[in-house]
Design a protein around this ligand. Sequence first.
Ligand code: F6P
Length: 366
Amino acid sequence: MKKKRILILTGGGDCPGLNTVIRAIVRAAHNAHSNWEVIGSMRAFHGILETPQDILPLNTHSVAGLQVKGGTILETTNKGKPTEFPVQNDDGTWTTIDRSDELIEKLQRLSIYAVINIGGDGSQNISQHLYKKGLNIIGVPKTIDNDLSSTEFTFGFQTAVETATTSVDKLVSTAESHNRVMIAEVMGRDAGWIALYTAVAAGAEIALIPEIPYDINKIIAKLNNRIINGRGFANIVVAEGARPKEGVAVQSVSDEIGYENPVLGGIGHKLMADLKGKISADIRVTILGHIQRGGTPIAFDRVLATQFGVRAFELVQAGKFGHMVTYNKSKFSSIPIKKAVSTYKSIEPDNYLLHTARNMGICMGD
Ligand code: F6P
């Protein structure tokens, strides 16, 4: 019997657990009694669009032990989506073209029965576009930011929180020795999930998140109150997307061709500048950056990623295309990708962790 071919790809920023999902899909397909063949496209859809094509055959041998390996063996990119692919004009300037029809044609020539796209909201928007053009596609949600609305958790998030928490733990001890205020800037894009979880886990004094624009005077008062009461040090966790009440997030435009997202980062230094001279303690800033995205996934993320992979394969088997895997209330299900990408998952005012943080005395800057 002719084998049905599944193509896997990883798109957008990488995240601990991507390899774990790849392994799970390959093993589930293998254990479904050899009617399936799995291959991977390198660097999202680029592997299909490039000449020569860059495709990786995947089997139980090539994915052995991948559950612990950070990054993605399929590599990834957050530049050049098929719908707006950058091409250089003769005069050296750049323009974009839609290569999605060409992509679908190339997938047909490769006899691809179904595609599993492991990625965040940007990647799933591409999935939806290709699904509407008739491609059999399934989405698997990934991002350390945990900002996809239809799923309680994305894999990679808990690992990022673990990394950020152990880092802030270390900052606490040096802050205490020097009686300093330590600012740790964490990732999260327009959501404060990593910052809020980290602040609660590490026992920070102040947590600043994009959902709650902060009042610098409230932060100064909190710090001065603490210092007057004999504690000379404090720890602040600030999300990269946080912003003051009367201001905007610190961001810039990337000069990398095909990179569309605003580049966030720098709020930690802005905060230090705004606090200088207003408090008696010295201040230092640590930007955790891509450390949060690298390395081995923690056990929770390995288990979640494995379940996502198995579920994605089951959706292919069931022909439930145009759906994205979800995890809610300990259940693995799926929803139409269109719905999955329609809302952004921010921290709502009634979120219980936010309530907990406030009750723990953490100042949210408001
Ligand atoms: O979306 C994940 C994320 O890690 C964000 O938190 C961060 O702003 C961004 O990616 C950084 O992406 P890049 O890999 O392009 O530096």
